[in-house]
Write a protein of this length. Structure first.
Length: 166
């Protein structure tokens, strides 16, 4: 997990995470700071083990830690969604942390597609794992802003009812 530690210590990574956390400090809905990123990593790794996907822990953690990195770039200012914005940040960080081009491609696919439609959830690849873990990391059942949230009501309902099948 040496390269994951390198991501966490990367100056650009730390700057972007602090920007995201500062932006969301008053956000009532799900936040996207380090706590969320680590939850996604842990859940994705558990799914990986339970379903024998065969992905490395280091690759899963790298993708989870970087999947929301583009949230530091306000969509309203740039016109670019956080998944697309995250590609450039993630690529630079992964290269500095000695990931191979194949590993970078897999992580970038997860960054780009972690908010994709439900068919991504069926995939046993890295993007599918991150998609599923990202959704499962949400505590809709205990959220005080549940009724105000604009998240897909079908997904919120499943999370609130604890009727989760992954």
């Amino acid at each position: 997990m040496k390269r994951v530690k390198s991501i966490l210590c990367d100056e650009e990574y730390q700057t972007r995470i602090h920007e995201i956390e500062a932006k969301e400090v008053t956000r009532r809905f799900c936040r996207h700071g380090l706590e969320h990123l680590m939850a996604v990593a842990r859940i994705a790794y558990i799914i990986n083990l339970e379903e024998s996907c065969g992905l490395s822990r280091e690759l899963i953690y790298a993708a989870a830690l970087l999947h929301d990195i583009g949230r530091c770039t306000p969509e309203e200012d740039s016109g670019v969604g956080h998944r697309a914005a995250g590609v450039a940040y993630a690529t630079r960080i992964l290269r500095r942390c000695d990931f191979s081009e194949d590993e970078i491609s897999a992580v970038i696919a997860a960054v780009e597609h972690h908010g994709a439609a439900a068919e991504a959830a069926e995939a046993g690849d890295l993007a599918g794992l991150i998609y599923r873990a990202d959704k499962l990391s949400r505590d809709c059942a205990g959220c005080g802003a549940y009724d105000e949230c604009n998240w897909d009501v079908k997904l919120k309902g499943r999370l609130r009812d604890r009727d989760i099948i992954y």
